[in-house]
Every structure is written in structure tokens, then in C-alpha cells.
Design a protein around this ligand. Structure first.
Ligand SMILES: Nc1nc2c(ncn2[C@@H]2O[C@H](COP(=O)(O)OP(=O)(O)OP(=O)(O)O)[C@@H](O)[C@H]2O)c(=O)[nH]1
Ligand SMILES: [Zn+2]
Length: 296
């Protein structure tokens, strides 16, 4: 009889299943259809000490990551995403907007975390305020100079919930996670043999945190993948676009050059900012220039 477990780490084609009674097994993938990701509940059978995934339980949601090469599934069954940024490296508001869009489309809460507030930065504050104005919750912390306060603020938001941490390299994601997890946080611990020789790979990893909660670390994360979203639905996932009143003359309006467009009217009225419309336009361009479908 198959047993139930949770995927708690994923590195390349390998993954680790934690069983409900506390054991861990390396899992073998059985065909593309069973491409389980961190957070998935799976049924498995044991064969000579390793687990074979038999089925993936229905997912509440699924988030994708994207890098220069391709889009791939990142994590499933998430309650919220902690989007970490800082004055240094310089904050990129499109990174936040993209993350917030991915969250909205997956029906996951976005939690903005501005770290390194010990470094004075009006720019970072402006980016933070503008993103909060779009409906995200936000925290301002310093892992370095106010670790106790940072711990309290994050613990309050994360305990008992499943939180995926994302952020560009250097923003202090590991510093914040190690405040919450202490010695449990593993950094770059895995290596595997591949055709090219020995490689060190970092894993996306699930750390239980409070009852039914977890923190998910995603080393090397660059950007959320949005290619699985239907272009026509993008405005629904952008609160300022969704709030634009009225209706477009054309049912298939792309909100670019068309006349009688509710989005362009909102742009003219100033309730949609020009840089947000430019962001939307780039999402459409991106889709048309690089048709990549996510690997499931
Ligand atoms: N001034 C300041 N520096 C910080 C703070 N938090 C982290 N740092 C520093 O920022 C640098 C990057 O921190 P990490 O925690 O390694 O950042 P990361 O986002 O995990 O980066 P990667 O490990 O590359 O993914 C380190 O030199 C930290 O000491 C903070 O609150 N204030
Ligand atoms: Zn329109």
C-alpha cells in the first residue's frame, strides 16, 4: 500500500520525501507526469531504501521559477511568499511587481520584506511604499543591527504558515532565514555526480516551522515564471489594472493602442502609473518574443 509523505527538498532530478512519521527517503521520479516539487504531498512505495513516487495529491497552488534557460515548477501548496529586497543590491521594483503578480495569480499572499533598514535609502522606501500601495503587506527589518526585532516580526507572520522566501542574491535572505531557523538552515550542502563531473547543487528546501507551517528556501532564485498565465488575464492579477472602471470597446482588447480602452483611460487619468503600463507591455512583449512553455 502506498504511504503519504511530503517533498521537502528538490535538487535537479532528485528529491527527498519526509514521511508523516519522521523518516526521510530519497525519491525516484517515475516519468514526467510525476514531477513533484517542494511542498507536494505524494504517495510513494519503498524499494530497497528509496521511495518511488506513485501519485501527487491535488495541489492548492503551484509557483514557477524562471531563469535565462527556462521556466520550471518551484513549489506547491504555499500560503505566502516573502519577497525580500534591500537598499543593496539596488531594489528592482519590477522584481517585486513580478513576484506580486505571480502571487496574485496563484492565490498566495505576498509579504514584502525590506531588509537592511540600517542603510539609509529613500529609493528603497519609495519602492516599498509603492508596492504596499498595490495591496501587499510589508515589513521593514535589519537582520544585522536589529536581529531580535527582525525575528519577532517575521516569526509573527510566518509561524504556522507555509512561506516561500525569494530574493536576489545578497539581499540578506539567508541571514533572515538563519534568524528563524538557527542551525537547521543548510547552505549549499548538496553535491552530486553528473556526466560533467562533480557538481555542487543547492536545493530548494522545506523547513517545518510551527504547526502545519514551513519556510521554503529557494537558493539561486532569479524570477518567477509567468508563462503559464493567460495574457488576457494579466490585468486581473494587477490590482491597479483590475480597479480601472468601465469596459473596453473590444472584448479582446490588449490595452495597448486600441480606442475606448478602460486601461488606457485609467492611464490618462493617472490612476495607472505609466511605469506600470510599461511593465504590462513588457510582459506581453516577453511572451511574444520567447514562447516557452513550462515543464510540468
Ligand atoms: N547592513 C546590513 N547588511 C546585511 C543585513 N542582512 C544581511 N546583510 C549582509 O548582506 C550580505 C548578504 O547576506 P546573505 O544573508 O548572505 O544574503 P542572501 O540574500 O542570502 O544572498 P545569497 O547567499 O547570495 O543568496 C552579507 O554580507 C550580510 O552580512 C542587514 O540587515 N544590514
Ligand atoms: Zn482595453
Amino acid at each position: 500500500m502506498p504511504e503519504l509523505g511530503r517533498i521537502i527538498a528538490r535538487f535537479g532530478q532528485h528529491s527527498i520525501i519526509a514521511t508523516d512519521d519522521g523518516h526521510e527517503y530519497e525519491a525516484v521520479r517515475r516519468g514526467k507526469r510525476l514531477d513533484a516539487v517542494v511542498g507536494d504531498r505524494v504517495s510513494y512505495t519503498l524499494h530497497h531504501g528509496s521511495a518511488a513516487i506513485e501519485a501527487i495529491e491535488p495541489r492548492r497552488n503551484l509557483l514557477y521559477r524562471e531563469d535565462v534557460e527556462r521556466t520550471k515548477p518551484l513549489a506547491a501548496n504555499v500560503d505566502q511568499v516573502a519577497i525580500v529586497f534591500a537598499p543593496q543590491p539596488a531594489p528592482q521594483r519590477e522584481f517585486l511587481w513580478r513576484a506580486m503578480l505571480a502571487c496574485a495569480a496563484a492565490d498566495v499572499d505576498a509579504l514584502l520584506v525590506l531588509n537592511k533598514i540600517d542603510i539609509e535609502s529613500p529609493t528603497a522606501r519609495t519602492v516599498f511604499d509603492a508596492a504596499c500601495a498595490l495591496g501587499a503587506r510589508g515589513l521593514c527589518v535589519s537582520a544585522k543591527t536589529q536581529p531580535a526585532e527582525a525575528y519577532d516580526a517575521l516569526d509573527r507572520e510566518c509561524r504556522g504558515r507555509v512561506t516561500l522566501f525569494v530574493g536576489h542574491s545578497g539581499v540578506g535572505k539567508s541571514s533572515l532565514l538563519s534568524l528563524l531557523l538557527g542551525e537547521r538552515l543548510r547552505v549549499g550542502e548538496l553535491s552530486q555526480r553528473s556526466g560533467q563531473g562533480k557538481q555542487t547543487t543547492t536545493a530548494t528546501r522545506w523547513y517545518p516551522y510551527g504547526d502545519d507551517g514551513a519556510l521554503i528556501d529557494s537558493p539561486g532564485f532569479q524570477s518567477f515564471g509567468l508563462h503559464h498565465l493567460n495574457v488576457a488575464e494579466l490585468p486581473e492579477w494587477m490590482p491597479d489594472f483590475a480597479a480601472a472602471p468601465g469596459a473596453c470597446r473590444f472584448a479582446d482588447c490588449r490595452h495597448l493602442e486600441e480606442p475606448d480602452c478602460r486601461i488606457r483611460s485609467a492611464l490618462a487619468a493617472g490612476t495607472i502609473a505609466p511605469e506600470r503600463h510599461a511593465f504590462y507591455r513588457r510582459l506581453l512583449d516577453e511572451r511574444e518574443s520567447t514562447p516557452r512553455s513550462p515543464r510540468r
